[in-house]
Write a protein that binds this ligand. Structure first.
Ligand SMILES: Cc1ncc(COP(=O)(O)O)c(C=O)c1O
Length: 393
C-alpha cells in the first residue's frame, strides 16, 4: 500500500547541480545566484525585476511588509490591523512584536477558508491601518472583494501569499509575501520573496534586508554611511541555487498541482472541496473520523493551521468569529504534491466522497491531466535550461 504524506518537498536535479556549483565556488553569501533567481522569478510570475526582493523566509517578507506599512505601536498607540483568525501563526506573530491592535476576521466558511469580506467590512474602523489577506492553502477566493475594500477605505493591503505561488496574486496589494520554505510548492529549503507594488518600497526593502546598507554601493565603495537601521534577512546563494533549480520545473509543478486539484474537484465540488494550489481543503466533513479512516489506508490529512486565538499570545486580540467556531472540527487539508499521481488523488477522493458521482469541474479540466498522470516528472527540461545558462556564462 503506497503511503501518501500530507506534504513532501520537491527538489530537482537542476537544483542539486546549482548548489554543487555554489559550494564549489567562493561566493556562498548573497551573490550572482540571488540576482539570477530574482530575475527568473520575476520573469516566471510576470513581475518587473525591481519588484522582487528575495529574503531568507516568508516570515521575513511579512516583517518587512509590516515595517514598511509603519505598523509600529508606541506609548498609548496601537495600530489596528485586520487579519485572519485561521492562518499560520507566522502571519500574526510579527504583529505582536509591533504592538499592533489585532482584530481577527472570520473565515468565510461556505465557499472557502479565506477571510470573509463581509466580516472585514464590518470590522473596518477609523483606526484600521492595514488588512492582511492570507491565501489559505493557496486559494485566491475573496481577494477581489478585499482589494476593493482596501481601496475604497484607503487602507494598506498586505497579502500573505506564502502558500499561493501559482495562484492569482494581487496586483493591488502594497505587498505580496511569498514563502519558499521546505514544503512549499517552490522551495529554497528556507526562503522568501517580498513582491513590492511601489518602487520606493522595493528600494527601502533592499536596504532593510541587509542591515540598512545599499549593498552594491558598499561593495563598490567600501565603508559607506548607514542612514536606516536594517536587519539581516537577505537570501544567500545556496538557497537561491535551490530555488532557481526548482524554478526550472515550475510549469510541471504547477500542472501537477492543478491536475490533483482537478481530481478532487471532480468528486468534491459542491461537497466541501476548496481549490488550493498548495493544499486543497475540505470543509464541512468531521476531521477526526476522516483522519482515522484515511490513516488506515496510509493517507495523511491534517488541519495543520488552527484558529490563532487558541494561543496565549493572541489572548488580547479582538475576536468575534462565529464561522470559525462552526467549522473548528470540520475542516482539513488534503495531500497535493509531486510525490503523488492523479490516481493517488482519485483514491483519496473516493474515500472522502464515496457516494459522489464524478462530475466535470470546469476550468481545471482545460489541463490535460492524463498527460501528467505518470508523475514524478523527469528533469530533462530543467537540465537543458541549466546547460544553456552555463553556456551563457
Ligand atoms: C500562511 C503563511 N504565512 C507565513 C508563513 C511563513 O513562511 P516561512 O516559513 O517561509 O517563514 C507560512 C509558512 O511557513 C505560511 O503558511
Amino acid at each position: 500500500m503506497k503511503k501518501i504524506k500530507l506534504f513532501q518537498p520537491y527538489v530537482t536535479s537542476a537544483a542539486r547541480k546549482l548548489v554543487e556549483r555554489v559550494l564549489s565556488g567562493t561566493q556562498l553569501a548573497q551573490g550572482p545566484m540571488v540576482d539570477m533567481f530574482e530575475e527568473n522569478f520575476a520573469n516566471e510570475f510576470g513581475f518587473e525585476p525591481w519588484q522582487i526582493v528575495s529574503l531568507n523566509s516568508g516570515t521575513a517578507a511579512l516583517e518587512l511588509a509590516y515595517d514598511l506599512c509603519n505598523i509600529k505601536g508606541g506609548p498609548g498607540y496601537q495600530p489596528e490591523v485586520i487579519t485572519p483568525i485561521l492562518t499560520c501563526t507566522a502571519t500574526n506573530i510579527p504583529l505582536i512584536h509591533r504592538n499592533a491592535h489585532i482584530v481577527f476576521a472570520d473565515v468565510e466558511m461556505n465557499n472557502h477558508l479565506n477571510i470573509d469580506p463581509d466580516d472585514v467590512e464590518y470590522k473596518i474602523s477609523e483606526d484600521t491601518q492595514a488588512i492582511v489577506f492570507v491565501h489559505f492553502g493557496g486559494s485566491s477566493a475573496g481577494l477581489k472583494e478585499i482589494e476593493d475594500l482596501a481601496d475604497r477605505n484607503d487602507i494598506d493591503l498586505i497579502c500573505d501569499a506564502a502558500q499561493a505561488l501559482g495562484s492569482k496574486l494581487s496586483t493591488k496589494a502594497r505587498f505580496n509575501c511569498i514563502s519558499l520554505q521546505a514544503i512549499k510548492s517552490l522551495t529554497a529549503g528556507d526562503g522568501g520573496v517580498l513582491i513590492c507594488r511601489d518602487r520606493k518600497d522595493a528600494e527601502k526593502a533592499r536596504k532593510l534586508r541587509w542591515f540598512g546598507y545599499d549593498r552594491p554601493l558598499k561593495q563598490k565603495l567600501g565603508d559607506i554611511d548607514l542612514d536606516i537601521a536594517g536587519f539581516k534577512l537577505h537570501m544567500n546563494d545556496i538557497s537561491a541555487a535551490i530555488a532557481l533549480g526548482n524554478l526550472y520545473d515550475w510549469k510541471l509543478i504547477k500542472y501537477q498541482r492543478e491536475a490533483i486539484n482537478a481530481v478532487y474537484a471532480k468528486y468534491g465540488a459542491g461537497k466541501g472541496y476548496i481549490e488550493g494550489i498548495w493544499c486543497p481543503q475540505v470543509v464541512g466533513i468531521p476531521y477526526k473520523p476522516m483522519k482515522e479512516l484515511l490513516a488506515k489506508k496510509g493517507i495523511e490529512i491534517g488541519q495543520y493551521h488552527y484558529r490563532n486565538d487558541k494561543y496565549t499570545i493572541f489572548n488580547r486580540a479582538e475576536n468575534s468569529c462565529p464561522n470559525m467556531t462552526t467549522i473548528e472540527d470540520r475542516y482539513f487539508m488534503l495531500p497535493c504534491h509531486m510525490g503523488m499521481t492523479v490516481e493517488d488523488a482519485e483514491r483519496i477522493a473516493k474515500l472522502i466522497w464515496p457516494n459522489s458521482r464524478p462530475g466535470i469541474s470546469g476550468k481545471l479540466y482545460a489541463i490535460p491531466i492524463e498527460d501528467y498522470g505518470t508523475m514524478p516528472v523527469t528533469d530533462k527540461e530543467a537540465r537543458e535550461k541549466v546547460a544553456n545558462m552555463f553556456n551563457k556564462k
